[in-house]
Design a protein around this ligand. Structure first.
Ligand SMILES: Cc1cc2nc3c(=O)[nH]c(=O)nc-3n(C[C@H](O)[C@H](O)[C@H](O)COP(=O)(O)OP(=O)(O)OC[C@H]3O[C@@H](n4cnc5c(N)ncnc54)[C@H](O)[C@@H]3O)c2cc1C
Length: 413
């Protein structure tokens, strides 16, 4: 029995999965979160996509051309408010990270984490009976011939990783998604049969219950103050000091403030995104699983009897101020592909969330130069897909079962 006391700061999907894995290793885990329960921030209403076949760093080699073009378009997947010096410096780091060789290394690391997550979700469904709203299969739809051809040319890479796929024409896609609006023009699609949609928040809540049964202690409404460089394992929670043997920061965007006095190189920025969730009017008019409109980078997924539309990368702006242009794009994509799935007049829940994003795309998972202080953060657009995988990696590193040299892409540097 490992009797070390571990504090986890943050009960989003990353904190909850990390708590569960560390508890399995025998650590005495306490999770602190300033909110009333888990999954109240970035992990609240995300797209639910777990796609090892498509997951990739945001900064692909062609993204910056796209970014400039889209600022003048009526509907856009990327919005940039007046860029601050900090945003410009982040873009410059992203440009470096998007250089082909680095991009593929980080993409592969993310894919490995996503495959581990999928495997773990299956195991937990079997062993704990955790059932969440989910569906299998993901279709990437390309509106333009040029982008479809580029996508096809990179498909052998999926074969190398053992990820199955199928190239689809219109008829093929309509077989997979019979309710898709057939009048909307597109060039073709790639079907990823093993990729999936699953409800992230439902899973986090269910896993929290299981972790509690194993002895993990969750302390909600507990704000942790910025860590001290002299002793980062001595936390101050709601004004009260507490000592731990190890501390893991899983605090999403809040990590920056928590680590602000430690001078660690964490170039993380807030990239806002949106989702709309509505009840399905007629199941036969709704998607069976998930699609991604590659032009607008908007996903449409089925989550139980609801439909969720998610996407948009917004740089700058305010967390509580919604951009009408972003929401218009989500509506357009939904109307283009599943116009009858929901009653547009009914109450549609619009959520604005933040992606804690690093320029390299993959997260930071591992120990810091401060012994006993660990990080699992910066999951950007893919934190649900990389959650269980990164939690297992961190737990393996902490118990020294897994050498950190196996995961150099995830190191703090
Ligand atoms: C619109 C949108 C769509 C997305 N779609 C997908 C998708 O389809 N698939 C996918 O894989 N990912 C998706 N993502 C990304 C994913 O949601 C995030 O990567 C993930 O939720 C990050 O989880 P986290 O646990 O790191 O952060 P969070 O969920 O934000 O958790 C951090 C927690 O730390 C707590 N905290 C912070 N500071 C403190 C402090 N000082 N004291 C105490 N507690 C603190 C916060 O209260 C919070 O609960 C999407 C994101 C957005 C915005």
């Amino acid at each position: 029995m490992n009797n070390q006391r571990v504090a986890i700061i943050g009960a989003g999907i990353i904190g909850v999965t990390t708590a569960y894995e560390l508890s399995l290793k025998g650590y005495k885990v306490t999770v602190f979160d300033k909110n009333q329960t888990c999954s109240e921030e970035s992990s609240f209403a995300n797209g639910g996509v777990i796609s090892p076949g498509y997951i990739a760093p945001w900064a692909s080699p062609s993204i910056f051309k796209r970014l400039f073009k889209e600022q003048f378009a009526k509907h856009a997947s990327i919005l940039v408010h007046f860029p601050t010096l900090e945003t410009l410096s982040w873009f410059s780091k992203s440009i470096k990270a998007s250089k082909s060789e680095r991009y593929w290394r980080h993409r592969q690391a993310m894919q490995k984490l996503a495959l581990m997550t999928q495997k773990r979700l299956k195991e937990l469904a079997q062993s704990l009976g955790i059932e969440v709203e989910q569906s299998h299969g993901y279709n990437i739809i390309y509106r333009s011939e040029r982008h479809f051809e580029i996508a096809k040319s990179s498909l052998p890479y999926l074969t190398d990783l053992g990820i199955p796929f199928q190239v689809l024409n219109k008829e093929g896609l309509l077989q997979k998604e019979p309710a898709l609006e057939s009048e909307t023009p597109f060039a073709g699609a790639v079907h990823l049969p093993d990729d999936q949609i699953a409800n992230c928040r439902q899973f986090a809540l269910a896993l929290r219950d299981e972790a509690e049964k194993m002895g993990v202690h969750f302390e909600f409404k507990s704000n942790v103050e910025p860590l001290s460089p002299n002793d980062p394992k001595r936390l101050v929670v709601n004004g009260k000091p507490m000592e731990f043997d190890q501390v893991v920061v899983c605090s999403g965007m809040g990590s920056l403030k928590l680590l602000s006095q430690l001078a660690l190189p964490i170039p993380m920025t807030a990239v806002y995104g949106y989702s709309m969730t509505a009840m399905i009017k007629e199941p036969l008019d709704a998607p069976k699983c998930g699609i991604l409109d590659e032009k607008y980078k908007v996903t449409i997924s089925r989550q139980g009897n609801r439909i969720r539309v998610g996407g948009i990368m917004e740089f700058g702006g305010e967390p509580k101020v919604q951009s009408p242009k972003a929401i218009k794009t989500l509506y357009k994509v939904l109307e283009d592909w599943f116009p009858k799935a929901t009653d547009m007049g009914q109450q549609i829940q619009v959520w604005k969330g933040v992606r804690p994003m690093l320029p390299k795309g993959s997260p930071i998972v591992g120990e810091t130069p401060h012994r006993g202080l660990w990080l699992n953060l910066g999951h950007g657009s893919s934190g649900w897909a990389t959650s269980c995988g990164s939690a297992q990696v961190l737990a393996g590193m902490m118990t020294q079962d897994l050498p950190s040299t196996d995961w150099l892409e995830l190191a703090l540097n």
